[in-house]
Design a protein around this ligand. Sequence first.
Ligand code: ADP
Ligand code: MG
Length: 302
Amino acid sequence: MKNINKVLEQERDQLKLVHAYQDACSNKEFKEFIETLPIEEEILIKYTSSLEDACEEYKNCKKCKGLACCKNKVVGYRYTPEKEKNIIKFSYNACKWNRLSMKENAYKENLELFDMPIEIKEASLKEVYTDDKSRVPIIHYFKEFIEQYNKKENPKGLYLTGSFGSGKTYLIAALLNEMARKKVECALVYYPEFLRSLKASFQTDYTEKFDFIKKSPILLLDDIGAENESNWSRDEVLGPILQYRMQNHLPTFFTSNLTLEELEAALATTSSGVDKVKARRIIERIKQLTIPMELIGKNRRN
Ligand code: ADP
Ligand code: MG
């Protein structure tokens, strides 16, 4: 008797499932969604409620124009049914916009920032203003740099000088972002702050940090000359970094508000006194590593 009851109960449950499924199928969109699935009806029947949830997200995705207007529970993902043997598993799968965005952003892995604003990874050569003439030779140089680098010719970097806010950092970052898209690892270093954090890491990861910068395939030392000069920063940090990069032909970029002559004067005078010879030696290394250029332009900061 007990067994018959159990069988009857099972049949009733099965009937309930079928009814719920048939009810759901009276909805045109649900029916359409179901038809996209390579899953047999006798399996689908058991999952009506979850399939309805998945259908909602399927509908959202059909109308969607990009991640910014995603209506799904987890932005950029779609709740999706997948058959595994005789059951259905539901998982959150990245949508096409999300996959596109991941692909589009993959180059950022090749950019290591040291105290630079994160937005600098968005700088793009396509966005570079072409409204003033002083950019023309720089853009021309960029094209040559990319060509030569592709041919493994170890091109020289730039020493880019110009007034505050003229767009020096943005320009070099745009080139380095382009190189990162070509899978070249680049380090972008806000130099004054890097010195401070390097100094603070004597007991910890000093050598690691120092070597990373020194050996980075492409390096930007941003805002050089804005730091407080000391014998240590000139002779133990900048000197050896430049020496190593010269010997290994590693492209190195600088931006500065100072011209090379002004930088030389700044480097000569440290808190410990004046040493023109050591300053001269640094400048010689920078000259070996770079082509000097000037960016004249209005202040773009607001
Ligand atoms: P600098 O390094 O010469 O002081 P920045 O590169 O920091 O100048 O540029 C100043 C401001 O202008 C920044 O906010 C930067 O993001 C913006 N900027 C500069 N060039 C561009 C550009 N081509 N497109 C968009 N924004 C730019
Ligand atoms: Mg700058």
